[in-house]
Structures are given as C-alpha cells and as structure tokens.
Design a protein. Structure first.
Ligand SMILES: Cc1ncc(COP(=O)(O)O)c(C=O)c1O
Length: 440
C-alpha cells in the first residue's frame, strides 16, 4: 500500500506484471509461482541484516536471529532432500544457481582442471561451461578445460557407455550432470559410477528437477554424487536462490568458496523464503503437486505427438518438453512469439544437433510447473496442446525475414498482433486463467 503512494511508477509495473502473470499460461519450465508466505519472508526486514560468515562464526554483531534462521534452513534442506546428515552438509548462501556452480568448482578444482559437462545445445547449462565459435563465453570455460558430452544423435537420450568412454579418455576431475532442456530422467547411478571409476568428482545440478527429486518423483543423486546443487525457484517453487549440498569432508572448502571466494553477505531474506519452500516440499500436498507436474507434461507431450510434432527423445520423464519444429519447416522463435500473443509463455530453444543458429534455433521448450501450480490437470493439458498446435499452424504463414533481429521483431510482432486467431485464443486463455486463478 505504501509503495502505491510513494512510488507509483514501480507500483504500476508490479501491478501490470501481476496482471500479465494472472492472464497468461506460465509455460517456461524454469519458472514457477512462489506462494504468498514465501514472498512475505523474502520481503521481510531480514533484508536489512549483514551476516558474512557461517552460523555462529560471523564477522558482524547482532546475529542471534539470523544464526538460528540459517541453521534451521540448513536442517530443513537436508531433511527435504533426504540427505543423510552424517554424510552431507549444505550451504544455503549462494545468490543463485550460476554462482552456486562456480562455488563447487572453486571448492573442488584448480584452474586448468578438466570438467566434463553436457553440451549446451543438447540441453546443458551455460554455467557448466560454454564455448561458441571458439569464444569462451562463460566463466567456467575461461578457467577450466571443458569437455562436452552429448546425447545420442538418434534417441536424443544419453548413451552412458559413450560418456564412460569419453571420461576414460579425457580424465576429467569433475563430471557434471543437469541441464535446462533434457526431458529425460538423469541416471545419477550411472554417472556416479563413471566418475568413481576414474577418480573424478560427480556434481549433480538438479536445478530444474529439485522439487521432483525432493518428493522422490525422480531418482535422487545423493547416493551417487559428491556434490548436489539446485536453484530454489523452479520445480521447488521457492524464491530465487540456490542450495549446495556437499559431502562433509568438503564443506569447509565449499563454505570458503562461497564466502569470501565469490560473495559477500548472504541474502537472509531469501534464505528465509527458501526455508518456507523447504517446509512446503515435505508435505503430501507438494508431493501430489510434483506428481501432477510430470503427469501434465506427459499428457501434453503425448497430445503434441499425436498432432504430428517431433517431441525430442519421444516424450518426457519430468516437467519439460522440447519440440523440434524442423519437421514443420519452422524455427522456434516465430512460434514462441505467436504463442506469447496468444497467452502461452514459453521459449525458443536449441534442440540436440540443431541446424539453426542461437538466434533462430529449431526448438520450442515448454514446461508444466507454473500451470500445475494453478491446479490445471490432464483435461486442461489437452486443451492447451490443441491451442499450441493451432498457433503453430497459424504461424507457418510467416516467413523468417532475411535481415537482422530488429526487422524480424518489427515484421513479426506487427503481423502477430493483428492476427485474429491469436487474439481469439488469447481470449479463451484468459477465460481459462480466471477459472484456475494463481493460488495465494
Ligand atoms: C541446470 C541449471 N543450472 C544452473 C542454473 C543457473 O541458475 P540461475 O539462473 O539462478 O543463475 C540454471 C538456470 O536456469 C539451470 O537450469
């Protein structure tokens, strides 16, 4: 209420964003809607406190409440992920997923060591190292030697024997799994075994799957990994932040890597929000949610397959689906923009062995965490799949302009904004959204 009076400009932007979120389908798989009590914790007076160091080992005074908070959240994190507290420890201070990964590297590796990570266009993440046209684009690739592993060209699923062969050859000090667009379950048992066989560490980045792992809907990596990290704002449905779990013998190195290695004061307000999310994650209600997220994604994938789409890897085991639109003669970006006009918010994405460019990749990435938070189920997935198909068919009339991005955006947005079919679908989607409001 105060913000409305004192800073109308920012207030209005927030109101407009709330309206946008309420009236559209959030189908970017890395997004979700944090409940009100989490937003309350994140917006609390905890934002005012500096607390460099670890619980009860601080460089500031006035720590009595924040020490209790951080210890509590650490305990909740181990419990929520069923991690044995005799074998595992956790750091809850990383600002987000990318610095969390950097902290693990800093704790376990020396500059120049080799990391084996999933190739970005096959669904990996940029914080695992990315080199494009010989340019080292992310910090990990500037500091470490990255060897990418790939999905099988036919199945688009990992061939663990190939990964084992590569590991024997390149002898990495760290193997990382996890990515942004790999729709299949990751076999942590196999990757852990490969890493062990060559004396490498195994880091499981479960940023996307955190909520599905905590609820045991997907295989847990804890038995097989040396470190497990995740963001807290995707399937875990918390605030934007990260958790880093590590085997006890490495916790001092990890804590030092986070602070003073990479960061200053922890964001105590975020840590509080993560604590609330972790409490939610242990409830039967959240488990039912996680199961429904996967069910919804599988129905959506099956419907889109029925409609003639090439669903990468043939389906999904989790919350995300990747469509390869080359069969339709399309790249992903015009459909993504058309879907946005219709009220379906997803993103264009590379697909494995993509023949397009980073700006014009061939894929479309869709996810169900956000729409499942609104309590949508199989029936709504069928309807949404039908709308996605209609929108994509409608967009095939628009040809990619040969010029740059500016022309592309101008031509396409003007045409798409006037398209009657898209306007009609967006009206129907607003109606559906009213029927399934965002829970408080
Ligand atoms: C697998 C994976 N790791 C790390 C990250 C990085 O997280 P953040 O965006 O919080 O830095 C992401 C974000 O999408 C991710 O998907």
């Amino acid at each position: 209420m105060n913000l409305k009076k004192t800073d109308k400009q920012i207030y209005d932007i927030i109101q407009k964003e709330a309206k946008r979120q309420a009236e559209t389908l959030m189908m970017i798989p890395s997004e979700n809607m944090a409940p009100e009590e989490i937003r309350e914790a994140v917006g609390s007076i905890l934002i005012n406190k500096y607390s460099e160091g670890q619980p009860y080992r601080r460089y500031y005074q006035g720590m009595e409440n924040v020490n209790i908070l951080e210890s509590l959240v650490e305990k909740r994190a181990l419990k929520a992920f069923h991690a044995d507290p005799n074998a595992w420890d956790v750091n809850v201070q990383a600002y987000s997923g990318s610095p969390a990964n950097a902290a693990v590297y800093l704790a376990l590796l020396e500059p120049g060591d080799t990391i084996m990570s999933m190739f970005l266009p096959d669904g990996g993440h940029i914080s695992h190292g990315w080199i494009f046209k010989e340019r080292k684009l992310s910090l990990a690739s500037k500091i470490y030697n990255i060897s990418f592993y790939h999905v099988d060209p036919k199945t688009k699923i990992f061939d663990y024997e190939e990964i084992a062969k590569q590991a024997k050859k390149v002898k990495p000090k760290l193997i990382i799994s996890g990515g942004t667009a790999y729709p299949r379950d990751i076999r942590h048992d196999k990757l852990g075994k490969i890493a062990k066989s060559i004396g490498a560490y195994y880091l499981a980045d479960i940023s996307h799957e955190a909520g599905l792992v905590a609820t045991e809907v997907l295989q847990s990596p804890f038995k097989y990994a040396d470190a497990v990290m995740c963001t807290t704002h995707k399937t875990l449905r918390g605030p934007r932040g990260a958790l880093i779990f590590i085997r006890k013998e490495h916790i001092d190195a990890l804590d030092k890597a986070v602070f003073p290695g990479l960061q200053g004061g922890p964001h105590n307000h975020t840590i509080a929000g993560i604590g609330v999310a972790l409490k939610h994650a242990t409830t039967s209600k959240f488990k039912a949610y996680a199961k429904q997220v996967v069910k919804n994604a599988q129905v959506l994938a099956a419907e889109l397959k029925k409609a003639g789409y090439d669903v990468v890897s043939g389906g999904t085991d989790k919350h995300l689906i990747l469509l390869d639109l080359r069969k339709q003669g399309l790249s992903g970006n015009i459909p993504a923009m058309a879907l946005e006009k219709a009220g379906i918010i997803c993103n264009y994405n590379t697909v494995p062995y993509d023949t397009g460019s980073p700006m014009y990749p061939s894929g479309l990435r869709l996810g169900t965490p956000g729409i499942t938070t609104r309590n949508m189920k199989e029936k709504q997935m069928k309807q949404i799949a039908h709308w996605i198909d209609e929108v994509i068919k409608e967009t095939s009339q628009y040809v990619l302009p040969e010029k740059g991005k500016k022309e592309f955006v101008e031509i396409v947005t003007k045409n798409l904004s006037k398209n009657k079919k898209l306007i009609d679908i967006s009206t129907q989607i607003k109606k559906l959204c009213r029927k399934f409001p965002i829970p408080d």
